[in-house]
Design a protein around this ligand. Sequence first.
Ligand code: UDP
Ligand code: MG
Length: 315
Amino acid sequence: MALHSLVIPIFNEEENVHELYRRLHQDLLMPIRNRGDDYELVFVDDGSMDRSFQLLKELHEKDQKSIVIIRFSRNFGHQMAITAGLDRARGDTVTVLDADLQDPPSIVLEMIQKWELSFDIVYAVRKKRLQEGLFKRLSANFFYRILAYSTRLDIPKDVGDFRLMSRRTVDALRGLRERHRFMRGMAKWIGFKQTYVSYVREGRFAGTTKYPFQKMLRLAWDAFTGFSLLPLRAATFLGLSSAVVSFLVALWALYIRFFTDQAIQGWTSTIIIVLFLGGVQLFCIGVLGEYVGRIFEQVKNRPLYIIEEIVAPIK
Ligand code: UDP
Ligand code: MG
């Protein structure tokens, strides 16, 4: 008998909690029981301001044996919520899925079948996105391509955090305690036998996205800086090419000085060169600062999240 854990991050999802449990129960939990296995639901309430925690506790009343609720002391973000869920989950398989029913629970059964074929990580690849805005689709598309191009890891495209992991990969992933987390990249990084199933991504069941543009941008930036030295290399490249250009301009200036009589008119070119070099230098310092900032945050070595309360299963 295998135990299957489901890790579900929740941030202000009061409209979705009931329907989520209903769908989970019908499409996934019953089938899991029917095949003689067991399940565990690990809800991570990422500092919701609405009634989500209350509603989760009501679910816990109904299904005391199999529900764990971890409540954060504030909003630490989606990636931290997943981390806390993985830290707590006990299953032989652990699957992360969103609370808004964009990740259909029934797909998890297909993932479990892959796991039984001895795959360690099973991604869910979005073959189609329904009802997501044009901007979201375009920006996601752009993001996945650039990321694929700039990192050495072949981070799968069109894959979110909807994924099943075996016990040993979860244990491996738990050893990665970096602060700026991009869990998809990290899951790829640890290796093991990985595969995917594909699915149609539906729209949210209710409520609005909890990933406004700013959070999306932060995740994208964490992905680049966490997995790529490209920004640092770009700084080097800019510095180098401006040095070459400056050298050529210097030759030209010397030529003007010694072989013509127009020497005094150099003001325009001087100002251009000064401005250009100033810009390049500031840019490069900025890029360095980004990475130094990350080192600073990492060496502070704070815990990744703070738990306010745990509602544990009653056996
Ligand atoms: N989420 C979270 N903390 C946050 C933002 C989101 O735990 O700070 C959860 C959210 O409740 C949902 C999942 O992460 O279960 C994905 O968020 P959302 O559906 O808003 O993202 P989208 O599908 O729009 O990319
Ligand atoms: Mg969503």
